[in-house]
Design a protein around this ligand. Structure first.
Ligand code: GUN
Length: 315
């Protein structure tokens, strides 16, 4: 069964249709801005605080984008920047302060953290009802058992919105997820296998014996391994829907920066085979930020009513 039946015949000469993550994200962000305004009118301006430890340049770019997006949606967005030699105790003390501050509804500690800090301990310290990343074990557990009142990690949540927006048929579909991270691969699989979504999910990883054997069966292929252009055209079934989560910086002498961003998918070749594909950049990335804002508004809404606020309150 082809996952996107209507689009499968479009894959001919022109190649796959693009999933425009920027446009979809703008739609989500417009809804978030409306909900944020409704909450502000009730005296609650949704607030997200991002904590960045160290000076990883990629993390600094992502964090800056999150802060800007908050402001554009009429929310409070603040970044706490800590030096690379911050101790775990210092970071935990910052989290305790944010946990106790009623004006802060969402807390995100940007990963990866420097090696002297245990990320698991940090994640467990964030109050689950402020854990808009959905990384706390309470939220991970809620996702796995299908309880709807937790927070879902933003990247897989955004991918679900993208698939839905393009009417991708998931019931009974073969979905192959390449990558088993706690941030993307595992929660992605959990969302796809839920009752009501009903996909058949395969997770592949670095020890998978014959990766291509699995990926070639996929109606929907989701690549989230962080290896530039790992997924080549011969690994993709004709008409498949391909979601590329990768953000890999590779050398490119033709650019003034000397580098460029590529995904985990060999885009130019795979788009000739697929029916629908996400570009990098402009695909999954913008959706991740939009979903983060949505979760923050939902966290803020819960401080007013148990169900959250308006459309942005829904998962
Ligand atoms: N680093 C890369 N992606 C993410 C994310 O979704 N959340 C956090 N906290 N750190 C990240």
């Amino acid at each position: 069964m082809l996952a996107e039946r209507a689009a499968s015949s479009d894959a001919g000469e022109a190649g796959a249709r693009l999933i425009d993550g920027k446009a979809l994200a703008m739609g989500v962000r417009a809804g978030v801005a409306r909900d944020a305004a409704l909450l502000a009118a009730r005296g609650v301006t949704p607030g997200l605080t991002v904590v960045l430890v160290g000076d990883d340049p990629a993390s600094a770019v992502y964090v800056g984008a999150k802060e800007r997006a908050c402001r554009e949606a009429g929310m409070n967005g603040e970044t706490i920047r800590l030096s690379a030699d911050t101790s775990e105790a210092e970071l935990l003390a910052v989290i305790d302060r944010l946990n106790a501050d009623p004006s802060i509804h969402g807390i995100l500690v940007q990963m990866p953290l420097p090696s002297q800090i245990d990320a698991d301990r940090v994640i467990r310290r964030i109050r689950p009802d402020k854990d808009v990343d959905g990384f706390h074990p309470v939220n991970v557990g809620k996702l796995l058992i299908g309880e709807k009142d937790g927070f879902v990690p933003c990247t897989p949540a955004g991918i679900m919105v993208m698939l839905e927006a393009h009417d991708v048929q998931l019931r009974g579909a073969e979905v192959v997820v390449v990558g088993r991270s706690n941030i993307v691969g595992k929660p992605m699989a959990a969302l796809l296998m839920q009752h009501g979504v009903d996909a058949t999910v395969t997770i592949c990883h670095s020890r998978t014996r014959d990766l291509a054997e699995h990926t070639r069966r996929a109606d929907v292929l989701i690549a989230a391994v962080g290896r530039a252009r790992l997924i080549t055209a011969d690994m993709v079934r004709s008409g498949a829907v391909v979601i590329d989560v990768g953000m890999n910086r590779i050398p490119d002498a033709s650019r003034s920066s000397g580098t460029r961003l590529v995904g985990d998918v060999d885009f130019d070749a795979v788009r000739q085979v697929a029916s629908l594909i996400t570009p990098v950049p402009g695909g999954v990335g913008p959706m991740t930020i939009a979903m983060l804002l949505r979760s923050t508004v939902r966290a803020a809404g819960r401080t007013v009513t148990p169900e959250g606020a308006g459309e942005g309150g829904a998962r």
